[in-house]
Write a protein that binds this ligand. Structure first.
Ligand SMILES: [Fe+2]
Length: 299
């Protein structure tokens, strides 16, 4: 089989065929996929019936797996995957595989995924790649949308590029939940809620292209009054998510979608989550290259 990539969006999304990612990859296959990520930023692998273990194995080709914050903060009896904290539960099911109630706390927490964000940007080192696998897909709605932050950066006018070049934003999970009126309870995890700094403009370690590191987790810009910072971040987000920069993925069962949080933002779209099951499994890789942004931001 030969790996081939067909464009689903002219600038940044490819569909990959000619590789079975349920079995161990050769070095050449892993390198080809990584090169495809550097070029596109989002890759879709259709018809890949991965088990949880196979998804983790495939993901490890690209770096160290992260444990999920939601998993860390959930009580063990509420986790669907037990101690497997590197597997994120992106579903509307509770610990007993029943649909979550409308006022379920974890449903409230997850609803903020409908805001544009970069995964784990509330951590000192955010996620690099995220890999999401579709197990149960609702009949209508529930797409995931992606916005190309490199194209969005390129389209800024020169004066704005100069103004934002050295800005440092503060990210926390508290800020994204605040936007939908949900207060995150620290429950002994206050250290995980503290804002962390990241540069607004980051450079991809391989392609060298600049992109906007935006996220709904941003609550401030270092040295700026909060209202001015938040209004400006809203403006930039609006600019960066214009339709020309966006691809909307309509899920099929056994799609594996992989994206680079250093070059795209994403958001979930609504569906009738009180009546229909949506069950996706997430793995994510530590964001190599973002440490540089952290160090420079801390100077
Ligand atoms: Fe996400």
């Amino acid at each position: 089989m030969t790996i081939s990539v067909r464009s689903l969006h002219p600038h940044f999304v490819g569909e990959v065929t000619g590789v079975d990612i349920c079995r161990p990859l050769s070095h050449a296959e892993a390198a080809a996929i990584e090169a495809g990520m550097d070029r596109h930023a989002v890759l879709v692998f259709p018809d890949q019936p991965l088990t949880d273990e196979q998804q983790c194995e495939f993901s490890r080709n690209f770096g160290e797996l992260e444990v999920t914050l939601a998993g860390q903060m959930a009580k063990p009896e509420h986790r669907r995957f037990g101690d497997r904290l590197e597997l994120g539960d992106i579903s509307n099911l509770d610990g007993e595989n029943k649909l979550r109630a409308r006022d379920d706390h974890r449903r409230m927490y997850a609803l903020a995924n409908q805001l544009w964000h970069s995964d784990a940007s509330f951590r000192a080192i955010g996620a690099g790649y995220t890999l999401l696998h579709g197990r149960v897909i609702p009949g209508k709605g529930g797409n995931t949308e992606f916005a190309d932050m490199r194209a969005a950066y390129d389209a800024l006018d020169d004066a704005t590029k100069v103004e934002i070049e050295d800005l440092v934003c503060e990210h926390s999970i508290v800020f994204s939940r605040e936007q939908i009126g949900w207060e995150v309870q620290s429950d002994g995890n206050a250290d995980k809620l503290r804002p962390v700094p990241h540069r607004l403009v980051i450079t991809h370690p391989v392609s060298g292209r600049k992109s906007l590191y935006l996220s709904s987790h941003i609550g401030g810009i270092v040295g700026w009054p909060v209202p001015e910072a938040r209004a400006f971040i809203r403006d930039l987000t609006e600019h960066a998510t214009q339709r020309e920069f966006v691809y909307s993925h309509a899920w099929r069962v056994n799609d594996l979608v992989m994206w680079d949080n250093r070059t795209v933002m994403h958001r979930a779209r609504r569906f009738n989550d009180l009546k229909e099951v949506r069950d996706l499994r997430r793995t994510s890789i530590k964001g190599v290259g973002l440490e540089v942004a952290v160090l420079q931001a801390a100077e």
